[in-house]
Design a protein around this ligand. Structure first.
Ligand code: ATP
Ligand code: MG
Length: 603
């Protein structure tokens, strides 16, 4: 047990952001070293310029000591240092920008790969627009952090310290006067912070609102237009847009008032002070060079301060954005969840699985399974059942009785905490992911199609041959309508398969599942949107699988599962009745009987 105090959230964020920054830049560390070296050299060269100018004026021009070779040397030195400094800055920028962009690239890849591995429970609370913005915008903040913030700050600090040191060396009295005005500058910086940071934060939040509203409206356009909501949504958008404009304007005002004008004013006050002081002293000729150098340096004191001030709010924003990415990367993936706490019984379970003869092992065994999405609201209560290999099992029950939930658990979308599920004798979370996904196929309640061709939608990147794809499509009875599309299997199906009817989408989803040659096939309402004739075709297809593939099918339409070896009737998350169709029909006033008779009446 450690007694370290909880870090404050701002400190924690900074820590998170910078450790992520290090992780993203790790393979590029040597570039970072070079970039810093070039930067330091360039800054020092720039500071040395006025000193040579001073020497030229004080030692040669004013005393009329015209030592031509040395004067030419000094002049050349001034030009050369400036020239080399810009060259070094170019080198530094190239190194740094490359490093920053590669970091962004790496980070984006890390985030996307990570999101792909997250458990389904995560997506119940995630908002799509925000997730997309994590992958695109927030990762970009890392670049800002490197280029705009860290290096500008480092650069400004080096120039500032170098300049002050040079001033002290030239005339430390004057240096002290310049430094005395520093608190006033810090006051402006502080004011700027107070004024501009909230506006910047607000503007950002509103911009993400604008994106969110746009995405939501496009996604729900048909609902929106059908409800005649165009004007209302237009007004809502205009209001957000106006707020964003106002926030940006406030940010701009803070910049326009405080940064340039106020700090430039200080520049002039300093200038006046320095000139006045020079006037006060009976100026000896030897000091004109010092005056020149001081005036050159004054601009270099103010400019870094302006830069640092401007970068400060950027820094806060970038740290927050980077910390958000870090938090997302800290979300435990599905496998990490599964690995949690289940290792102990694993070896025993494996041994048990090996002992049991392959054929006697049930395809699915569920023991005392209870489940809740949210604590205190159980959806499944103490379910126990066994499904033999190759069986065809139907699950029925009213809306919300927990049918889809049971499938989600079988698919490992959510971790099982109470009770157990084994598949072919193996505990669910002991099966390697690849193997598991190959063994268990799903036809979901709402078939999801990619904005790609029919072929790609069945293949799903598995690299199947045309023959395999066609065989799966034929088995799902999707081949005929796909072949009739204008470009056959290569026809683009539009976003979400918008070019197909819902029934056709379901057939494609069935073909996709069959193409993976699963040992267990789960269907959630696969026949709810297809006509009776097509339903019969699907029934035939399912029948053909009997004995080789274990089929578990949820169906509202009871005709689909009439021929099942066994039907499980769920009621409020409990198994109410179970058995084949004829047996269930015998139960007088039973749940199944009533459901069936109701549907007969409706037909
Ligand atoms: P339907 O026939 O309408 O598809 P179903 O039997 O498949 O219904 P489930 O989707 O399993 O029902 O839902 C069972 C219960 O769990 C419902 O009360 C539902 O509100 C709840 N539920 C489902 N999904 C979630 C979720 N992701 N988060 C929280 N609660 C959920
Ligand atoms: Mg359902």
């Amino acid at each position: 047990m450690s007694f370290k105090p909880e870090p404050t959230s701002a400190r924690r964020q900074t820590w998170q952001a910078f450790s992520l920054l290090r992780r993203a830049a790790l393979p590029d560390q040597h570039h970072l070293g070079w970039a810093v070296l070039w930067l330091v050299l360039a800054a020092l060269l720039e500071v040395s310029g006025p000193i040579m100018g001073k020497a030229l004026i004080d030692e040669h021009l004013l005393p009329h000591h015209l030592d031509w070779p040395r004067m030419a040397g000094l002049l050349a030195g001034m030009v050369l240092t400036g020239w080399i400094a810009s060259g070094l800055r170019y080198l530094q920028l190239v190194r740094l920008s490359g490093l920053a962009m590669r970091s962004v690239m790496r980070l984006r890849e890390m985030v996307y790969t990570h999101v792909l591995l997250l458990p389904m429970a995560f997506f119940d609370r995630a908002i799509t627009g925000q997730l997309v913005s994590r992958v695109t915008n927030d990762t970009e903040a890392v670049k800002t952090l490197y280029i705009q913030v860290l290096f500008v700050m480092l650069d400004s600090t080096i120039v500032l310290v170098g300049t002050v040191a040079a001033m002290a060396w030239l005339d430390w009295h004057l240096m002290l006067i310049v430094l005395a005005l520093l608190p006033a500058v810090l006051l402006i910086v502080w004011l700027y912070q107070r004024w501009s940071a909230p506006a910047v934060t607000r503007a950002r939040a509103l911009r993400s609102d604008i994106n969110g509203q746009m995405a939501e409206s496009i996604g729900g356009m048909s609902v929106l237009q059908a409800n005649n909501a165009e004007a209302r949504f237009g007004q809502r958008f205009a209001a957000t847009n106006q707020d964003h404009y106002t926030a940006r304007l406030a940010e701009l005002r803070a910049n326009a008032w405080l940064l340039r004008p106020a700090l430039d004013l200080f520049n002039i006050i300093l200038l006046a002070a320095v000139i006045y002081l020079f006037g006060q002293r009976a100026m000896t000729a030897a000091e004109v060079g010092v005056l020149y150098a001081f005036i050159s340096y004054l601009a270099r004191v103010i400019e870094p301060l302006i830069q640092i001030t401007m970068q400060f709010s950027q820094l806060q924003q970038s740290v927050v954005a980077t910390a958000r990415v870090a938090t997302l990367l800290d979300e435990a993936t599905a496998t990490e969840h599964a690995a949690h706490g289940h290792d102990a019984g694993l070896a025993a379970a494996r041994a048990a699985a090996n002992d049991a003869g392959a054929n006697g092992t049930p395809a699915v065994a569920i023991r005392h399974l209870s489940f809740a999405y949210n604590e205190g609201h159980p959806v499944l209560h103490d379910l126990s059942l066994e499904i033999p290999q190759g069986a065809f099992v139907g699950i029925v029950g009213h809306t919300g009785s927990g049918k889809s939930t049971l499938l989600s658990l079988l698919l490992r979308f959510y971790p099982v905490r109470q009770g157990s599920i084994t598949i072919h004798g193996m505990p669910l979370d002991a099966i390697a992911n690849e193997r598991f996904r190959a063994d268990v196929g799903l036809v979901p309640q709402d078939p999801f199609l990619l904005a790609a061709s029919a072929r790609e939608n069945i293949d799903m990147g598995r690299g199947l041959t045309q023959a395999q794809i066609e065989a799966a499509a034929r088995a799902a009875h999707a081949h005929d309508f796909i072949a009739a599309l204008d470009r056959g299997y290569d026809t683009a199906l539009g976003e979400g398969g918008s070019r197909l009817s819902v029934g056709q989408k379901q057939l494609i989803a069935i073909a996709r599942a069959l193409a993976g040659a699963p040992r267990i096939l789960l269907l959630d309402e696969a026949t709810s949107h297809i006509d009776s004739q097509t339903e019969q075709i699907v029934q035939t297809a399912l029948d053909e699988l009997r004995g080789t593939v274990t089929v578990i099918a949820i169906a509202h339409r009871l005709s689909t599962i009439r021929d099942a070896d066994r039907i499980i009737v769920l009621n409020h998350g409990r198994i109410a009745e179970t058995g084949p169709h004829e047996q269930l029909m015998q139960i007088n006033d039973g749940l199944y009987q009533r459901l069936y008779l109701l549907q007969q009446l409706a037909a």
